[in-house]
Design a protein around this ligand. Sequence first.
Ligand code: HAM
Length: 418
Amino acid sequence: MMISRPKGTRDILPSDSYKWEYVEKVASNVLENYGYKEIRVPVFESTELFARGVGETTDVVQKEMYTFDDKGDRSITLRPEGTAGVVRAYLENGMGSLPSPIKLWYAMPMYRYENVQKGRYREFRQIGAELLGSGSYLADIETILMADQLIKAYNLNNVTLNINSIGCSTCRKEYQKALKEYINSKIECYCDTCKTRLEKNPMRILDCKEKSCKEANKNAPIILDYLCEECKTHFENVKKALTEAGIEYKIDPGIVRGLDYYSKTVFEFISEDENYTVLAGGRYDGLVQELGGAPTPAIGFAMGEDRLIEVYEKYNKGNVVEPKTPDIYLANIGEKAGLFITKLALELRKNNIFVETDISERSLNAQLKYANKTNAKNSIIIGDDEVESQKAKIKNMETGEEIEVDLNANSIIDKIKK
Ligand code: HAM
């Protein structure tokens, strides 16, 4: 019996993988122009990192982590998100002593035991960016402008930017009191998990995906009404600068984010047609300290690559990046020509030319059929006579035009480039 892939995972086949490569290349170009450098961190980390970093009462930690004991009895978790691991790496490698701010980007798979549906998988990929070491609203602005530039680089339509501020520990004290009172007044409407969250972390209840909880949350007090002076000024500055930069945004007081580390500015880019959040993030000024470092303000975001590619294809119909096709197919008639082609192909490939040849000892007819199927741009048929005279005809497979060419890499490259 064949074994199938685990639920919620996907095979990215060659017919699609080039799109992923394109998306990552565009992202690295945009991010590196803002000074971001790539970081790669482990797929698995100590469970404690996420329990502490992401938060014990979040859905991610309570319900969605792939956690297991390894053979040395350590509790290990497949990373459900990238920020905690990146901050751990930042601390463990002493990056705090490097010139600040530190800007890191990544493209990595993440793992969450989610209810699988369109755009929601158990293994999914994120392109993320983390900026550590600036608490200024200017860092928020640069980060949001960069995210906006990224979304626009994929030519996506109908994506809106939604922002909110979820304050800091100071403003949350008053807010949580009001929120608790509200929730208590209709506690019977909430799910059992939310009831356990009430004392520990009432704000988490605002992010519950249960229908009854969502309904009950509708008239809950909003944190924007409780911001302290510092958070209020920070948010005002962010809004003003976004307007000045000509970036359209909506304020959505309902954004609380699903991870505990956020403070102050949070944002989501939503594809309205699909009702997908394609990119989301925010400030996380307390996380570095929570994980054992010196107080270090930080901000970042992650883009869901799976969702992005789906939306990208929708809005770029007929204009989606194409997979590479061979520059030339070298067909052989006979063993002598076959050996000659092996050497010629090597020379061409060393010069960055995409070459296909016959490596299955097939008939000329079968070789030419294959050349057609692979959409080779040019072809040359080489037999004993051509090897002898060192001349052959190169055929432009699109126009059918044939011209004579010397059988060496330079002359062939010259003709191909024309
Ligand atoms: P997040 O909102 O949990 O944030 O995820 C960011 C994006 O990843 C989502 O907006 C969505 O596009 C994609 N995503 C999340 N879960 C899934 C899934 N199950 N299937 C497909 N795509 C998914 C974070 O992960 C934070 N670490 C972002 C961040 C970085 N904040 C600050 N720095």
